[in-house]
Ligand binder design. Structure first.
Ligand SMILES: N[C@@H](CCC(=O)N[C@@H](CS)C(=O)NCC(=O)O)C(=O)O
Length: 221
């Protein structure tokens, strides 16, 4: 299988980590999304977004949630999407929460300003744009903190797709120099450290460092 995209995208990383955790072999094929998307990427995904998962038989899945659902049921190993009806639905809600309340509301801005601009555009971050979105952080982190009060993972005592998703998106906040404040959100800070120390995340962080090591606030331990 081929995974089109770059590890810095939290949605590409979600699939990299999932495949690593399940022991699925794949080839990462670099692809730039957005306005500069190639005709090849647009042929696979008319939205010009990454990731695109290309199956060995030539079919494409151009969305990380769709691809996660496919991979989880097509391959053996740990099941990331719970079989129980309520647990599965709740896990998908947490994934949606991370996408809407974190990725869309503030992570994208932090990452573009603090990482993409200095690393790839040789431009200084516009901290004004960061100030405009920073107020979205506390309610999002408080919601996740509340769900970690009695469990090791977000939606249950076991690792699920919601954990891979949250840790993928929040890794980009670390890359942007924003650590979770352990005095305000102790469970979330501890949880993220645990998630990012998993071999699957360590491998993904190593790839990120090859691209942005010179600007990132995170150094692999
Ligand atoms: N729902 C999609 C989101 C993918 C996404 O937004 N990818 C970003 C990179 S992190 C992208 O390609 N952005 C370019 C654009 O929207 O034009 C998924 O989960 O795969």
């Amino acid at each position: 299988m081929k995974l089109h995209g770059v590890s810095l995208s939290p949605w590409v990383r979600r699939l990299m980590v999932l495949m690593d955790e399940k022991g699925i072999e794949y080839e990462l094929v670099p692809a730039v999304p957005g306005e500069n998307a190639s005709a090849e990427l647009r042929n696979m995904n008319p939205l010009g977004r990454i990731p695109v998962l290309e199956l060995d038989d030539g079919r494409f899945l151009a969305d990380s949630l769709a691809a996660s659902i496919y991979l989880d049921s097509a391959f053996p190993g740990h099941q990331f999407i719970p079989a129980d009806n309520w647990a599965r639905s709740w896990d998908l809600w947490l994934c949606e929460f991370v996408a809407s309340a974190i990725f869309s509301r503030f992570e994208g801005t932090f990452f573009v300003q603090r990482v993409v601009r200095p690393a790839f555009e040789k431009a200084a971050p516009d901290e004004g744009k960061i100030s405009e979105v920073a107020h979205h952080i506390p309610p999002a982190y408080e919601y996740l903190e509340a769900h970690l009060m009695n469990t090791a993972f977000l939606s249950s005592s076991d690792l699920t797709l919601a954990d891979v998703t949250a840790a993928s998106v929040l890794l980009n906040m670390r890359h942007a120099g924003e650590e979770i404040d352990p005095d305000r959100w102790p469970k979330l800070a501890d949880y993220l450290n645990r998630m990012h120390q998993r071999p699957s995340f360590v491998a993904s962080i190593k790839k990120d460092m090859e691209l942005i090591g010179h600007v990132s606030a995170l150094r692999p331990t």
